[in-house]
Design a protein around this ligand. Structure first.
Ligand code: ADP
Length: 205
């Protein structure tokens, strides 16, 4: 089982020191977030988030891995969706995945000169994924690090947006329906970024 951040604070108290830099007040939201390093396609959970492109017809990176693992019926369902705008999200079944649903979201392709617009679009990905989750009674959702692969969003800035948006939704009234958010990282570098930033947004309660 994947430990929550609150559980990790208990077994590794040294990380609590970093909470001195907290930008958010301690809240029980820390009991509803986890960090997992590994393959998102292996998770048995209500929904995993796919970093898709606007066609929703498959691509490289995590999108390719999800389509491979879910099987061809996923593409059949995706063809009926008429694509998806940047910053928006659409849900499908999980087919051959252990996950029951896939929430497909379209992250921005990063560019430094439009970075404010890109930040809004990335925040919108996290928000709309969680809205779609709530509408579909998805209580446990696993996010990959949207836009930080092929779409080259800088990992530190992207992680801050992921954590801030998740914290805001978990603290909100509609977000009370979300029981668990799992942030899934692939590389050691990304894991280190999340481990460093999590105490700022989810300090111990
Ligand atoms: P984008 O086009 O939105 O940048 P990518 O798929 O290129 O999407 O990358 C998004 C993130 O997903 C990257 O951090 C990448 O390392 C990670 N990733 C790739 N494959 C997997 C996987 N099987 N499970 C979890 N994360 C993955």
């Amino acid at each position: 089982s994947i430990k929550t951040i609150a559980e990790l604070y208990k077994i590794t108290p040294s990380v609590i020191r970093r909470a001195e830099v907290a930008r958010y007040k301690p809240s029980r939201a820390v009991e509803r977030v986890s960090l997992f390093q590994g393959d998102i396609t292996k998770l048995k959970i209500d929904a995993i988030v796919n970093a898709a492109n606007r066609s929703l017809l498959g691509g490289g990176g995590v999108d390719g891995a999800i389509h491979n693992a879910a099987g061809p019926k996923l593409l059949d369902e995706c063809r009926t969706l008429n694509g998806c705008e940047t910053g928006k999200s659409k849900i499908t079944k999980g087919y051959d995945l252990p996950a029951r649903h896939i929430i497909h979201t379209v992250g921005p392709i990063y560019s430094e000169k439009d970075k404010d617009e890109k930040a809004e679009q990335l925040a919108s990905c996290y928000e709309t994924c969680l809205e779609v989750a709530i509408e579909n009674e998805v209580r446990h959702v696993a996010f990959c690090s949207i836009s930080t692969g092929i779409y080259s969003y800088p990992i530190v800035a992207a992680t801050r947006i992921a954590l801030e948006t998740a914290r805001d939704v978990l603290d909100s009234e509609k977000g009370s329906k979300i029981e668990r958010i799992i942030f899934v990282v692939w590389s050691d570098k990304d894991k280190n970024v999340y481990q460093t930033l999590i105490p700022e947004y989810f300090p111990p309660y």
